[in-house]
Design a protein around this ligand. Structure first.
Ligand code: 5GP
Ligand code: ZN
Length: 140
């Protein structure tokens, strides 16, 4: 029996209390169409166990999710004729997370579709870059 949260939209959807266009499910994972797709065939894939973000998940669930992402991602590309696939995962509101049940977006992409994410910036110099890398390493 998976841990669920009665107030959580995706837990309710996994339990069938809210309808969804399911594309794949197994004991650990549930995958369904995003109701407001970035592109046709945009899938959300979620662990059945309720966890708010990536950082709240039980480590043991990772392998099953990655396997399911490859399986469903391949099928999404074949079914939509996509030439590429973005896998996107948002944690916390500041990063755009709207539904607090961890999920991965599988977004089919076509050349020239204009959906390319995020403008890239740059570091002032290698010293600044080194300082940022050092801060991350010391936080590990
Ligand atoms: P987030 O912004 O949290 O990373 O993504 C949440 C996604 O869930 C959004 O892309 C949104 O369109 C989708 N979504 C929200 N409510 C529902 C719903 O009731 N059913 C389905 N299938 N998708 C939903
Ligand atoms: Zn949930």
């Amino acid at each position: 029996m998976s841990a669920h949260n009665d107030d959580c939209l995706f837990c309710r959807l996994i339990r069938g209390e809210i309808p969804s266009a399911v594309v794949y499910e197994n004991e650990q994972v549930y995958a369904f169409l995003d109701i407001n797709p970035v592109s046709r065939g945009h899938v959300l894939i979620v662990p059945r166990d309720h966890a708010e973000t990536l950082f709240d998940m039980r480590p043991g669930a990772d392998a099953a999710l990655l396997d399911a992402m490859r399986k469903v991602g391949r099928a999404v590309m074949l079914a939509t004729g996509a030439e590429g696939l973005n896998v996107v995962q948002n944690n916390y509101k500041a990063a755009g997370q709207e539904v607090p049940h961890v999920h991965w977006h599988l977004i089919p992409r076509h050349a020239g579709d204009g959906h390319s994410p995020w403008p890239h910036g740059n570091y002032a110099d290698t010293e600044e870059m080194g300082a940022v890398a050092a801060a991350i390493k010391s936080a590990l």
